[in-house]
Design a protein around this ligand. Structure first.
Ligand SMILES: Nc1ncnc2c1ncn2[C@@H]1O[C@H](COP(=O)(O)OP(=O)(O)O)[C@@H](O)[C@H]1O
Ligand SMILES: [Mg+2]
Length: 372
């Protein structure tokens, strides 16, 4: 098992800087998920950790030892890719044992390790098959098996489930979670899929454009996003960002004007009053509900009945689009007028630069006592 630390890690390809100076520490046994839109640099960061790409500047430290320029083989890392990259002419057993064979591991040991891995991944009945006689999910299990057989300190996964269909993906997600809890290795997992990230991660690292935006437990990031990017990236349908019309000082802070004339008290410092320019209210679709005096008056355009919930798309008085997710089967149709309200506690306010003005700085673990 191992800790992995990256310090001010930068990566450029020619003149293009892809990673802008990343700092991150992954604890022993942790399941860390790097998540972000396509092209934000997730794979590049993983490949830098694995040693498949040279690091331009900064450091990589594994178990306290500087590995910035170490040979990939010395890092004790195994990586699983989206494309299974199995050898078609080899059997499942030979594919799983291949890494051990080229490392000159004795035959008897290869055999016992392959058997052990096959048992763990439920591949024991398929050891003599060729990859073409396997389903997509089974092939991916072989690719994972090949990584497991080498007994690495650290596992890196790059979108390993992206080639599978939705139901198989959900199944494999559960398998991976079980695998992690039984092995206990440090795992770093890359995905663009927020559901995969939320369900697998001990800690999530949200990235955009080569930068780490926020790091934390999935619900911590969902409930307390540091900025507009993180707020909008997590959650489906995404958070609504509603431009406010005014910001007025009140006894307890400021009140923001909503399209249609209502206001909402957000308890922010009074100096913000008077400048509503670029201020946006962040409201999650599931935090809205129908209320007679609801402050968001919506003209409904489209309704999606999903059985367990109803998704409503509509426009506010000034034309801004709003999405609401209502529990159950709400009797609403296109053309209806709807008054929605929201829990003030769960609102976010973003400034023109995208910072969440209601972000609460997390208290570091172990320091809470000293502060009280
Ligand atoms: N070998 C390379 N040479 C030049 N540019 C690259 C190379 N690999 C990746 N990039 C660029 O780096 C950026 C990040 O890519 P990548 O790490 O693959 O993103 P992600 O995995 O988040 O989708 C992209 O703009 C991509 O085009
Ligand atoms: Mg990638």
């Amino acid at each position: 098992m191992a800790t992995v630390e990256i310090r001010s890690l930068k990566k450029s390809f020619g003149a293009a800087t892809i990673l802008q100076g990343a700092d991150l520490r992954m604890e022993e046994g942790e399941f860390v998920v790097l998540v972000g839109p396509s092209g934000c640099g997730k794979s590049t960061l993983l490949r830098c950790i694995a040693g498949l790409e040279p690091i331009t500047s900064g450091n990589l430290v594994i178990d306290g030892e500087d590995m910035t320029t170490a040979d990939p083989v010395k890092r004790g890392i195994a990586m699983v890719f989206q494309s299974y990259a199995l050898y078609p002419h080899m059997t499942v057993g030979e594919n799983i044992g291949f890494g051990l064979k080229i490392a000159n591991t004795p035959k008897a040991e290869i055999k016992s390790r392959v058997a052990e891995v096959a048992r763990l991944l439920k591949l024991d009945s398929m050891l003599d098959r060729k990859p073409k006689a396997l389903s997509g999910g089974q092939r991916q299990r072989v690719a994972i098996g090949r990584a497991l057989a080498r007994k690495p300190r650290i596992f890196l996964f790059d979108e390993p489930l992206s080639n599978l269909d939705a139901s198989l993906r959900a199944e494999m997600r559960v398998e991976l979670a079980k695998l992690h809890s039984s092995l206990g290795n440090t795992m770093v997992y890359v995905t663009h899929d927020q559901v995969e990230a939320m369900t697998l991660a001990d800690r999530m690292v949200v990235m955009s454009a080569g930068k780490i935006e926020q790091v934390g437990a999935p619900l911590e990031l969902f409930n307390n996003p540091a900025n507009r990017f993180v707020a909008g990236f997590l959650g489906q349908p995404p958070m609504n960002f509603i431009k406010v019309t005014s910001a007025r000082a009140t006894a307890s802070g400021i009140a923001l004007g909503l399209p249609g004339g209502d206001t909402v008290e957000v308890g922010l410092p009074a100096p913000l009053a008077g400048n509503a320019e670029g201020l946006e209210l962040g409201v999650r679709p599931e935090d809205m509900s129908i209320a007679p005096e609801g402050r968001l008056k919506l003209e409904v355009e489209v309704v999606e009945q999903l059985g367990g919930e109803t998704i409503v798309y509509g426009r506010l008085a000034d034309g801004q689009l709003v999405t609401a997710k209502l529990a159950g089967q709400a009797e609403i149709a296109g053309g209806d007028r709807l008054a929605l309200d929201f829990s003030e506690e769960r609102l976010h306010v973003f400034d023109a630069k995208g910072a969440n003005l209601r972000y609460r700085t997390p208290v570091p673990h172990g320091k809470a006592k000293a502060l009280s």
